[in-house]
Design a protein around this ligand. Structure first.
Ligand code: GLY
Length: 287
């Protein structure tokens, strides 16, 4: 099997001055995930690593650098899925964590539940020894200024990967929507909406307007569109048509199929994306 990883840094209207750094962030995240694959990590390990890298990057709307909700606070969602076993883990509306995707991974590994939210998720993190942080540590000056100016900041992050053994996985993480109501949980915490992986078909990570994405269960819809050996590029375009026409929303998607073929599409103005496989010396950008 030919390993591959694809990473996105969100779709939407991005300030022009941020664009180059966002593309570079995606490239470096793809490399972080790729190195995990080279070290013998699974597709699940690789997508977790790539997404954690972007959660640590202050320019993306995930982890530190997340947008602020109506109360001026950070609340984050994240999920990941292992397509081989259909095992998944997710967290919603979590506040005091640097890397929600790492907690989602521990939910998956624990295996008892799939989605933990708010205080229950925080308590689970403490119980298993994941150290928290103050809410203020997650707030960047840039996001505070954008919150005051009512300027949204796209940048949900995600990754999909196939490993050498044919394992396949997807992961997504976000701070959600600017000035959302406290307690709002979006598609990035929901298996099937923001994230889906099934080793019989492929894996998808979605970005964009969560309420529209949830209405059309977009990640699962896109993976199902891979049936009959449809190329992921065609499936990605069809999925965007579903989001626009049925969901009445904007966003973007990355897809990989079980053969390691890659697709990406967006109906929002910009989506930053990078991929890496054995044929490349360094991560390439996907436009
Ligand atoms: N797609 C991210 C969100 O709406 O929360």
């Amino acid at each position: 099997m030919k390993p591959v990883i694809v990473v996105h840094g969100g779709a939407g209207r991005v300030p022009e001055e941020d664009e180059e750094e966002r593309w570079e962030g995606c490239r470096r995240a793809a490399l972080a995930g790729w190195r995990r694959l080279l070290q013998g990590g699974s597709a699940l390990d690789a997508v977790e690593e790539a997404v954690a890298f972007l959660e640590d990057h202050p320019l993306f709307n995930a982890g530190r650098g997340s947008v602020l909700n109506a109360a001026g606070e950070v609340e984050m969602d994240a999920s990941l899925m292992d397509g081989g076993r259909l095992h998944a883990g997710a967290v919603g509306a979590v506040r005091n964590l640097r890397n929600p995707i790492r907690l989602a991974r521990r939910v998956l590994d624990d295996g008892r539940h799939i989605l933990l939210v708010a205080e229950g998720a925080d308590r689970f993190a403490r119980d298993i020894g994941i150290s928290g942080c103050s809410g203020e540590e997650l707030v960047t000056e840039r996001q505070r200024a954008r919150w005051e100016a009512m300027k949204d900041s796209p940048g949900t992050v995600g990754a999909v990967a196939v490993d050498g053994a044919g394992g396949i996985a997807a992961a997504t993480s976000t701070g959600g929507l600017l000035r959302k109501r406290p307690g709002r949980v979006g598609d990035s915490a929901l298996i099937g909406a923001g994230t889906y992986a099934d080793h019989l078909l492929g894996a998808a990570s979605v970005t964009g307007h969560g309420e529209a994405i949830m209405r059309v269960v977009l990640a699962k819809t896109a993976v199902d569109l891979l049936a009959g050996d449809r190329h992921p590029q065609d499936a990605a375009r069809l999925a965007m048509a579903v989001l626009g026409e049925r969901g009445q929303g904007e966003g973007g998607i990355i897809l990989v199929d079980r053969k390691g073929r890659v697709g990406h599409a967006h109906n929002a103005p910009v989506m930053s994306c990078a991929f890496m496989d054995k044929t490349s010396d360094a991560p390439s950008l996907l436009w």
